[in-house]
Design a protein around this ligand. Structure first.
Ligand SMILES: Nc1ncnc2c1ncn2[C@@H]1O[C@H](COP(=O)(O)OP(=O)(O)OP(=O)(O)O)[C@@H](O)[C@H]1O
Length: 231
């Protein structure tokens, strides 16, 4: 199985319908770009898929199992990671922040080795001992991506991951996202800047009036196993 198919997602705020029976497929090794005007519900959709917002209706299908909201919430803990536009940093250094992404039961030497590899992966070696809360926006995002790399979720949800970055920081972020995608993660990226993601995106969807419309269809999928443990 290589897809997670969401169906029939409804979300209202008071009497206002934000998502109206929305349908969406996420695929391993694939990046889906989500665009839409301000206020159309992109963040709301990501927050639902990240488990932070409860929808009025929800169904998902792994190909082997049907999931209701309760099942999906269980799956989320191990399989889905949501990165905010301003990722949260804990007090402490970049190294400490990466350490929080690791299972505490790992032996110390292995933790240190993994953190070292993650620092290299994201090009963070020079700022490993800098206080994370003092970093620039681009560095924040790279620490957050290094944490994702350590956690290895099957689905990574990103809200405006390149907002307010200069070109170099954007390129570095795209390059890290490409590696996560090519390692088999399913990426869902909300952005107002489709140009920025054009080299990364397999499918481009636009959210309007509570529904998704295909701008460009999924072009290439890697046949890997997504959410196998859910079945
Ligand atoms: N907790 C909430 N209570 C009431 N209304 C909300 C809540 N959260 C979001 N909304 C409204 O839902 C609509 C969709 O918001 P959302 O942030 O999902 O849009 P968006 O597409 O991400 O917007 P942008 O492109 O500006 O980031 C907005 O009109 C917003 O004001």
């Amino acid at each position: 199985m290589s897809t997670l198919h969401f169906r029939d997602i409804h979300k209202h705020y008071a009497r206002r319908t934000i998502l109206a029976g929305l349908e969406l497929c996420l695929r391993t090794g694939s990046c889906t770009l989500l665009t839409g005007e301000n206020g159309t519900g992109k963040t709301t959709l990501l927050r639902i898929l990240g488990g932070f917002e409860k929808p009025e209706q929800f169904a998902a299908d792994t190909g082997h199992a049907q999931l209701n909201w309760r099942h999906y919430r269980k799956l989320l803990q191990s399989s889905v990671l949501y990165l905010h536009q301003q990722p949260y940093m804990f007090e402490g250094s970049v190294r400490d922040n990466l350490s929080f992404a690791l299972d505490r039961s790992l032996p110390k030497a292995e933790r240190e080795q993994r953190i070292h590899t993650a620092l290299q992966w994201a090009g963070l070696e020079k700022i490993a001992d800098t206080r994370a809360k003092t970093l620039s926006g681009g560095e924040y995002q790279r620490v957050a991506l290094a944490r994702a790399w350590l956690r290895q979720p099957r689905i990574l949800l990103l809200d405006e991951p390149t907002a307010n970055m200069d070109r170099e920081a954007r390129n570095r972020t795209i390059s890290l996202l490409r590696q996560l995608r090519d390692d088999g993660m399913a990426l869902l990226v909300a952005s107002h800047d489709p140009e920025c993601f054009s080299s990364l995106v397999n499918e481009h969807l636009n959210l309007s009036a509570g529904r998704l419309q295909t701008v460009t269809p999924a072009s290439r999928f890697v046949n890997m196993t997504l959410l196998q443990q859910a079945s």
